[in-house]
Design a protein around this ligand. Structure first.
Ligand SMILES: *[C@@H]1O[C@H](CO)[C@@H](O)[C@H](O)[C@H]1NC(C)=O
Ligand SMILES: *[C@@H]1O[C@H](CO)[C@@H](O)[C@H](O)[C@H]1NC(C)=O
Ligand SMILES: *[C@@H]1O[C@H](CO)[C@@H](O)[C@H](O)[C@H]1NC(C)=O
Ligand SMILES: *[C@@H]1O[C@H](CO)[C@@H](O)[C@H](O)[C@H]1NC(C)=O
Ligand SMILES: *[C@@H]1O[C@H](CO)[C@@H](O)[C@H](O)[C@H]1NC(C)=O
Ligand SMILES: *[C@@H]1O[C@H](CO)[C@@H](O)[C@H](O)[C@H]1NC(C)=O
Ligand SMILES: *[C@@H]1O[C@H](CO)[C@@H](O)[C@H](O)[C@H]1NC(C)=O
Ligand SMILES: *[C@@H]1O[C@H](CO)[C@@H](O)[C@H](O)[C@H]1NC(C)=O
Ligand SMILES: *[C@@H]1O[C@H](CO)[C@@H](O)[C@H](O)[C@H]1NC(C)=O
Ligand SMILES: *[C@@H]1O[C@H](CO)[C@@H](O)[C@H](O)[C@H]1NC(C)=O
Length: 493
């Protein structure tokens, strides 16, 4: 009830607010992939963000609950209170404040992250944050500089503290929006699967004040935020179905009372979205059903390198696990995610009397694109496009509904003579955003041309080392942009 009241009052407040959003502002796009970071020569997966001046580059993990953007102090691993495993190569970079000319400690700062559960301790201060956009291998990164932003410097703790805090009170998002650098407090995330625990290759992205229209497909599904929760984004799960790839008619529902000898079908349950852990945490009974169906077991602590209590299947299983939300949105974990080569699943052990929330975590977010609107406390989910051939950052105006880019093959509209209606609709709804785009593109192109010349000169001298940050894959199935849709920015992968 309390949460409902809070939600309602926030909605009313918002409805009454007269803030005008400048939706001509292009978004800020920041890649998530493995790269070199300050403080270690081991590449780390995360968002390409630097801190201080001169910039010390990091690979920050995105959190949708933490409000502060935090960096490991250069002596984080030396602290006797730090218990992070493989600490020197796991902090996602580190920050030596003595090397930054712009760092100012702020001893009076009151932390916004009161519900972080003692994951790490740090000090607060102001410094410059560099958001890097890196589209082309042949194009250097361009930066969006956020000067004098609040940062937390972690001094000791249990987890990897290199985090870009995108919770509902995110100081970074607030700075970007308040300073008119983006359209509003909107943010989109594809977490990707290129990090060690996921064991995949697909990279992710953050889009501040926007979304990547090429990163998702199909309809977008809309949900209200629950701002009284630490994880403000949650959904209701009504079914979980296991399907064997070899016999698609063999669906088994983990909610099936008869099959699993339950008195009645379990109720829908609420699950919070989080990037704070990889495996999903499902209700006890559902987890038991999963275990009994597969003969799955809890790993011994010594065999569980991530200490995340992921279940291990007795025998290999080539099939999928589909999560059905109460609005009928179905998210399917493919075979290679449901089980890796050592039979490890992304489903966590759950104790009978565990009262913590249920989580749809990074394993789930590897399959969906998340678009959050913290100005209207709404978020959207859509099916992620795993291998996208184009990056299309699009302004996400607060209160607007994101739209996936439809590839040129979908020309049914043209065939049906509806092109006028579509263009009219797009211009009506997205005109402003598209104009912002043109400007963005103009700038981007000019910059890219100049950079390209420089890079080519460097290449001739044999200095190709800096080109390793992104791969170019001459994928034959690459769809060129439709000539009528030139505002879109294309990236060949
Ligand atoms: C860290 O450990 C020291 C002792 O080694 C202790 O005095 C101090 O309180 C600890 N700090 C925190 C934040 O736990
Ligand atoms: C972030 O701020 C929101 C709003 O104040 C709060 O509800 C949430 O608990 C904070 N996050 C953490 C991790 O404390
Ligand atoms: C905080 O962490 C402890 C131990 O890690 C755990 O037992 C407790 O349930 C956590 N509390 C919350 C609110 O997550
Ligand atoms: C940090 O990354 C930026 C953008 O690629 C680059 O210009 C800069 O040289 C990097 N800094 C260091 C110390 O590598
Ligand atoms: C930097 O931010 C702090 C805290 O918001 C503020 O007190 C200070 O005046 C700012 N400094 C500059 C130079 O803008
Ligand atoms: C899983 O099943 C699918 C469909 O039958 C098949 O194409 C694929 O090769 C199988 N994968 C493995 C690892 O057996
Ligand atoms: C099996 O479950 C999936 C996921 O819910 C669904 O898409 C599919 O239609 C089901 N197949 C049958 C034969 O019911
Ligand atoms: C499967 O996943 C576990 C947990 O991430 C990992 O330790 C193990 O090495 C993986 N197995 C393979 C063969 O990749
Ligand atoms: C869970 O709580 C119930 C009721 O309090 C108790 O009977 C049961 O033994 C507990 N289970 C575990 C595993 O602690
Ligand atoms: C992800 O990024 C890494 C590092 O730039 C790159 O090596 C890798 O090929 C990329 N993966 C995909 C699928 O694009």
């Amino acid at each position: 009830m309390a949460s409902f009241v809070l939600y309602l009052s926030a909605t009313v407040l918002f409805a009454q607010s007269t803030v005008a959003f400048d939706c001509s502002k292009p978004p800020v796009y920041v890649d998530i992939h493995k790269r070199a970071v300050h403080g270690t020569d081991v590449f780390q997966y995360g968002s390409f963000i630097g801190v201080g001046s001169p910039a010390q580059n990091q690979s920050l993990w995105p959190s949708i609950s933490q409000n502060h953007t935090s960096f490991a102090a250069s002596d984080y691993c030396d602290s006797s209170n730090t218990t992070l495993k493989d600490c020197p190569i796991s902090t996602r970079g580190n920050f030596d404040r003595d090397l930054s000319q712009s760092f100012r400690e702020n001893k009076d700062f009151k932390a916004l992250d009161k519900n972080r559960n003692e994951t790490f301790d740090g000090i607060f201060g102001q410094d410059d944050i560099h958001l890097y956009t890196h589209y082309f291998e042949t194009d250097g990164a361009s930066q969006t500089l956020v000067t004098n932003s609040t940062i937390e410097v972690a001094q000791s703790g249990k987890i990897s503290p290199g985090i870009v805090g995108m919770g509902q009170a995110s100081t970074l998002l607030r700075d970007l929006a308040d300073r008119g650098m983006i359209a509003g407090r909107t943010y989109s995330l594809y977490i990707g699967q290129g990090f060690p625990r996921a064991g995949g290759a697909v990279n992710g992205s953050n889009t501040f004040g926007g979304y990547d229209a090429g990163r998702f497909k199909g309809p977008v599904h809309k949900y209200p935020m629950k701002i009284s929760n630490v994880n403000a984004m949650s959904v209701r799960v009504k079914d979980i179905v296991i399907t064997d790839s070899k016999s698609p008619n063999s669906n088994v529902s983990l909610f099936d009372a008869q099959k699993f000898n339950m008195k009645s079908r379990p109720e829908n349950f609420e699950a919070e979205l989080t990037t704070d852990q990889y495996p999903l945490s499902l209700p006890y009974q559902i987890t038991q059903n999963f275990m009994s169906h597969f003969g799955a077991e809890v790993q011994e602590d010594k065999d569980d390198p991530w200490q995340d209590q992921s279940l291990k299947l007795k025998n290999p299983f080539n099939g999928t696990l589909s999560i059905v939300l109460d609005d009928d949105f179905v998210i399917t974990l493919p075979p290679e995610v449901l089980m890796n080569a050592s039979n490890i699943t992304p489903i966590q052990k759950r104790d009978e009397n565990d009262t913590r929330p249920f989580y749809l975590s990074s394993a789930f977010l590897g399959q969906v694109y998340l678009m959050a609107d913290y100005d209207s406390y709404t978020f959207f989910l859509a099916q992620a496009v795993q291998k996208n051939n184009a990056v299309m950052p699009t302004t996400f105006c607060p209160k607007a509904v994101p739209e996936a880019y439809e590839g040129p093959k979908q020309s049914a509209w043209v065939q049906q003579g509806l092109i006028g209606a579509v263009i009219g609709g797009i211009l009506g709804g997205m005109g402003i955003a598209i104009c912002g785009y043109c400007l963005f593109l103009g700038l981007k192109r000019r910059r890219a041309e100049k950079k390209l010349e420089k890079e080519m000169a460097a290449l001739e001298k044999g200095k190709s080392a800096k080109f390793v940050q992104m791969e170019v894959d001459d994928s034959p199935e690459f769809d060129p942009p439709p000539k009528t849709a030139t505002p879109f920015f294309w990236k060949k992968r």
